[in-house]
Design a protein around this ligand. Sequence first.
Ligand code: NAP
Ligand code: DHK
Length: 433
Amino acid sequence: MELGADHIDIELKAAHEFNNFLHGNKPGKCKVIISSHNYDSTPPIEDLGNLVARIQAAGADIIKFATTALDITDVARVFQITVHSQVPIIAMVMGERGLMSRILCPKFGGYLTFGSLEAGQVSAPGQPTIEELVNLYNFRLLEPDTKVFGIIGNPVSHSKSPKLYNEAFKSVGFNGVYLHLLVDDVQKFFRTYSSMDFAGFRTYSSMDFAGFSVTIPHKEAALACCDEVDPVAKSIGAVNCVVRRPDGKLFGCNTDYVGAISSIEDGLLGSQNGSTGTGSPLAGKLFVVIGAGGAGKALAYGAKEKGARVLIANRTYDRARELADLVGGQALSLAELDNFRPEKGMILANTTSIGMHPKVNETPISKEALANYMLVLNAVYTPKITRLLREAAESGAQIVTGVDMFIGQAYEQYERFTGLPAPKEQFKKIMEN
Ligand code: NAP
Ligand code: DHK
């Protein structure tokens, strides 16, 4: 039954089974859920408050409203409503940018959430599967004191970080959850979730949003959002890890270069311990970086630090030149790379998203040119074996996958998020599946 312009529908929904589940007793009396759906936006906090008041005044036992996220910061307003509700409330923000509202309702006072049986068979945009809720995000373990972490990027749904960290959190009993966070404006995101000071049955603050990994296209912009930046990250000009200090300030650092360079050294030495006492195996080698973004800067900086001669090849030549000047190297446009064959035994690191799912047939360099490289790393890790790595192996080069780099860059992040030592062997096992 429609009750006027807000499309408030009175839905009489028997909740016998729910009472039974909650109280383990005989079916209780029917309850009334009054729901409202807004498929266009998420209204201002005042309008949301008025909507809840109207639904409550209409006699609802359980309040339910679903809005649409135009930006991930819309979710903060809905959290503020749920923590203040005096009656059971179901509040969802639909769309990929609203995912956080669906996962964190145990933290912010939601009465329940919805999961679909199968991916794509959703009853509302952005709904996760029951498998994702329970096994990827550990939904049953979440509570008001659970700390929130996540991967900030756009796109971000491909990221394996939630799988990696949530499995590790669960195995050591760390009270945290790590989410996919689709962010458009990284400055607005940090501003919003650094001012989350509102009281419900407990006081919520920015400390609840404790740490973030950062990926495309926000690594450089995220650096400017940090109150303090690690000197190496400042030199690179990009951060991929942001943690909240006890004073609420944001600290940024870069773990990409550590993950990549140590994986390459291990590959060159064929051992697990990277460089020997006699210095890095990269010293003196010609290290070619494809890309000049966050990851490219990290690799270029790391290679320079290890004594390699660095060359940057990038689609936008000016960015290649700029980065090459930073590390005292050479610059090429990507189009020139195929014909760049000055010597054998070079190292190649692709840090562009070329070949990333779904464009898996793309590659940044011809197979013929790969014969001049002794080792090839691809930062792209979806898929694990890209066309570039397959052709590099066929050309006789050693290969280092984006998964090796991904695991390596996650060690320090995990330790900064939890204060616990990184479970290195467990990380490798998690990423094998
Ligand atoms: P970013 O800052 O946005 O930089 C992207 C770089 O890729 C830029 O140099 C850009 O060139 C280039 N690029 C993008 N699309 C291109 C295309 N179609 N053709 C040619 N060049 C293209 O991104 P990022 O943070 O460095 O990440 C880059 C990739 O590395 C992503 O796939 C990311 O998932 C991966 N990564 C993986 C790990 C890991 O742990 N395995 C760590 C870091 C990054 P322009 O300058 O011309 O735009
Ligand atoms: C990818 C990167 O680029 C890393 O720097 C982040 C992220 C993790 C991912 O989860 O895909 O730390």
